[in-house]
Each structure stands twice: as C-alpha cells, then as structure tokens.
Design a binder for this molecule. Structure first.
Ligand SMILES: Nc1ncnc2c1ncn2[C@@H]1O[C@H](COP(=O)(O)OP(=O)(O)O)[C@@H](O)[C@H]1O
Ligand SMILES: [Mg+2]
Length: 465
C-alpha cells in the first residue's frame, strides 16, 4: 500500500461549500441562551421550544464529541419547522464541523447506486482535522529586484527580507516572481511565504511605513515587523471531509470532480486505504476525527434497502450523527408491504431519539410572518397581517409565507408600498392551497389524467390530517 493520500488545498475546499437560501434564509441559529433555554423569538426562530431545546442539547453533545453514530428524528405535521430547526442547528455548529443535508429522494435520482449515494453522504459528514507543520519565511520586504532577460521571456530576481533581528537575500525563480507580482508585494510589506507550496500571503504593511498611509488607502492594515528568525516552522490545522479525501485521491476523478460535483462511484478499496491512512494519522497524533451531522429530510421516502444500510452504517466506527425528519404518521415502509410509525422500520426506530414538532399558535404564526416580511423586504398593513395569519391557521404556514411574495407583486402592480388585504385576497384567488386544490380536482372528476391514484396500501397518511 505505497499510495500516498493527499488532502487538497484550502482554496479548493472553500469553493465546494454551498449554502442553501430561500424559504429558510431568515434562520440564523437555534435562538438558545447560554443555558440552552430557547428564547421566545430569536435568530429567526419562534416557538417550538421543546424541539429547539432538544436540538440544542444534541448539538452540545456533538460539539463535545460525545455523540456519533446515533440518530434523531424530527416528527411532526408539515410546516412545523422540522427543516427550519435542522438548519438552525447547522448554523450553530462550528465552522469546521461538517453538516450535510440531503432529501431522501435525492438518493434515488443520482447516477449511482442508493448505497453509494448514502455512503458519500455519510463520508461528507465526517471531518478529519489535520495538523501539518510547514516551513514559513516571514518578514518585512526590504527590496524586490527583478532582472528581465534581453527577450523578456525569462526573469530572475532577488528578494531582500528582514526581521528586527536579521536580514537575508533570496534568489527568486519565475514562479516566485509571479506569485509576488500577483499579490502586489512592495517594499515595506510584511509577508509570509509557505516554503512547500510557494504560496505568498501579505500580512500587512510595516508600521515603519505608516507615513505613506495616505498613499495606501484606508483599508491598509499595519503590522509590526516580525522578530527573530526569518525561517520558522508553524503548525497549521485544516479540516477536510472523508468524502473530499476520497474524491481527491480517486484516480479517475481527481480535483476537478469536486468542482463539477460529479463524483461518480468511488471504489471500496480506495475507501479502505483512506480509512487505514486516517487511522494511522490519528495514532501518530497528526489527525483528529470531527464527527459532524447528516440531515436526511423527508426520510420516509427512503426504501427498505436504504434503511438497512443506515442501520449498519450507524454502527460503523466512522459514523456521524444522523438527523432525520418525517411528516408521516403510520405509513407504508417503501419497498415492503408493512406499515410502521413514521414510515421507518422498527429496528431503526428503536435506535433513534424522537423529537416531535407541534402546530403553531396564532401568535407564533404572526411572529413568523413578520420575520419573513422583514427577510423579503415587504411591508404588510396591520389588517393584512391579521388576515394572513388567519389564512395560515386555515391552510398551512408554508402557503401563507408563499403569499407574502405574491402579495408584494400584486401590490406593486397598483403601485402601492404596502401589501394590503385586497392584494392578499387576489393572491389567494390566483394560487390555491392544498385543500382547495383537492376540492377542485374532485369537482373536475374524470377530466384529468392520473386520477385513480393508488390502492389502499399505497396510501400514506400525514400526521394530524
Ligand atoms: N419556529 C419557526 N420560526 C421561524 N420560521 C419557521 C419556524 N418553523 C417554520 N418556519 C418557516 O416556515 C416554513 C415551513 O417550515 P419547514 O421547516 O419547512 O416545515 P417542515 O420541514 O416541518 O415541513 C419555512 O419557511 C420555515 O423557515
Ligand atoms: Mg421539511
């Protein structure tokens, strides 16, 4: 096993992080105080106190590294904030704790087997914190001298750099000259050069140079000229996910696959090699495992094969905390004839902590609507707020929140600043909620395709409906 395992560069990792915005963009955290008590309305979240507190407790355990390979299930009617709370958890995790979110149906739509898709999701949710020693050249630039050859095709140069204690001259090659030019390094700058990668970082301007402040602009950062040796050893720490290590080291994929998001299947032998290597790094004290969170939304959409995979994967040594959400009550387990609570097999249910979410009170709904209005930069008249709140109580919260944007469009058409009751009423007639839509479908009997849906056995029941 002579293969060397690389972990990529930090720039690469930043690009592959994606953020989801939209319906939940107002959520900034779980809104808990220091004692993990939920504040009534904080960080975009309102009410649902018990579920938020439970989420906070679990988070705490994750952060302390006490919990991995466990599972938790948010169960509750649609629009009660299951996804919202999970995203709140994601926001409260530290920057290097991985959080992966998938919707169960994604597992079936990728161009790979279901278990491969789940394995990738698992491995995305496990971080490896790697400590590396690098050698740095750090000091204040005294002079950069560049000599071009007669044709201009090649360049050589010298870099004079100093600390308060010493001064050294380095020969520069083409690559280094390019890197320095790109960073616009001038005499008087304090810089650091990573000796292995050749990466140049500008730390700031030396205080000694602060006289030319005017010439540099207001955002110039001034720093002290470093002391001591110019060449230093420094420990740097970075975190990558197991999946990223897999992809970078997979011969057929390589770096580009991370950008394209098209990673294909990864060979089990490679994963084994990587696991062995990571275990070795852990023993040598070079790496630590950071178990993260995998969130599987609409988990009842998984089938029995996926569930049995989950069961086994949760027992593995490198397992994240798995959080699931389901809005089903008693439902058929996909791929079987059996019905089970939340559409999950009993053996899986047995190992999950279940947290239930409950419908909101009128007051809470009103607060959520107000938060969304702020987020969408929309103003409602007080009457419109009352009307929308009661619409939400009769339909669903999600439907009511969708009407905010529709109402805004209608209001803008009549050149009004604020959304009024009339605008909402219009929007309400343009867009049906689920109940009215079902009613309409019934009235249209026979004139629509796919009308005879499902036998008794296929029927799934939502909680509370
Ligand atoms: N407690 C809450 N505080 C603020 N916004 C919420 C809350 N619960 C739900 N929402 C918002 O209401 C909408 C529906 O909630 P969602 O989390 O998608 O419901 P579920 O996943 O339970 O079906 C989303 O836009 C969500 O951000
Ligand atoms: Mg949801």
């Amino acid at each position: 096993m002579a293969m060397s395992i690389t972990t990529g560069t930090s720039e690469l990792r930043d690009v592959t992080k994606m953020e989801r915005i939209g319906a939940h963009s107002h959520i900034r955290g779980l809104g808990l105080d220091d004692r993990l008590e939920p504040r009534a309305n904080s960080q975009g979240l309102v009410g649902q106190a018990k579920a938020r507190k439970a989420a906070g407790m679990i988070l705490k355990m994750v952060q302390e590294g006490k919990i991995a390979g466990r599972a938790m299930l948010f169960a509750g009617p649609p629009s009660t904030g299951k996804t919202a709370i999970a995203l709140g958890m994601a926001q409260s995790l530290g920057p290097d704790v991985p959080f992966t979110i998938i919707t169960a149906s994604e597992v079936f739509s990728l161009s790979m087997s279901k278990t491969e898709a789940l394995t990738q999701a698992f491995r995305r949710s496990i971080g490896v914190r790697i400590k590396e020693e690098t050698e740095l050249i750090e000091g204040q630039v005294v002079e950069i001298q560049i000599d071009r050859s007669l044709t201009g095709a090649t360049k050589t140069g010298k870099l004079t750099i100093k600390t308060t204690d010493m001064e050294t001259v380095y020969d520069l090659g083409m690559k280094m000259i390019e890197a320095l030019t790109k960073e616009k390094v001038l005499a008087g700058d304090v810089i650091a050069i990573d000796k292995t990668s050749g990466k140049v970082t500008k730390l700031g301007r030396s205080f000694a140079q602060s006289r030319d402040y005017d010439a540099m602009g207001a955002d110039t950062k001034f720093v002290q000229c470093p002391e001591g040796e110019i060449q230093k050893r420094k420990e740097v720490v970075h975190t990558v996910s197991l999946h990223e290590i897999d992809v970078i080291n997979s011969r057929t994929q390589g770096f580009l696959a991370l950008f394209a998001g098209d990673t294909g299947e990864i060979k089990p032998e490679l994963r084994n090699q990587i696991n062995a290597k990571v275990a070795e790094w852990r023993e040598e004290g070079k790496a630590e495992i950071v178990p993260g969170i995998l969130f599987i939304d609409e988990v009842h959409m998984l089938d029995i094969e996926c569930f049995s995979f989950l069961n086994r994967a949760l027992e593995g040594e490198l397992a994240p905390l798995v959080i699931m959400a389901s809005n089903r009550g008693m439902a058929r387990i996909r791929g079987t004839k059996f019905r089970s609570p939340h559409g999950l097999p009993v053996d899986l249910l047995d190992r999950v902590l279940i947290v239930s979410t409950k419908p909101y009170t009128e007051e809470e709904v009103q607060q959520i609507i107000q938060i969304r209005c702020q987020e969408e930069d929309t103003q409602l008249t007080p009457d419109a707020l009352t009307v929308l709140t009661s619409m939400s109580m009769q339909t669903t919260l999600r439907y009511a929140l969708n009407l905010i944007a529709c109402g805004k469009v209608v209001a803008r058409k009549r050149k009004a600043e604020m959304v009024d009751v009339e605008d909402l009423r219009r929007a309400y007639t343009y867009f049906m909620d689920e109940k009215r839509s079902v009613q309409w479908l019934k009235e249209q009997q026979g004139s629509l395709v796919f009308e005879e849906v499902g036998s008794k056995e296929d029927e799934l029941m939502d909680i509370g409906q």
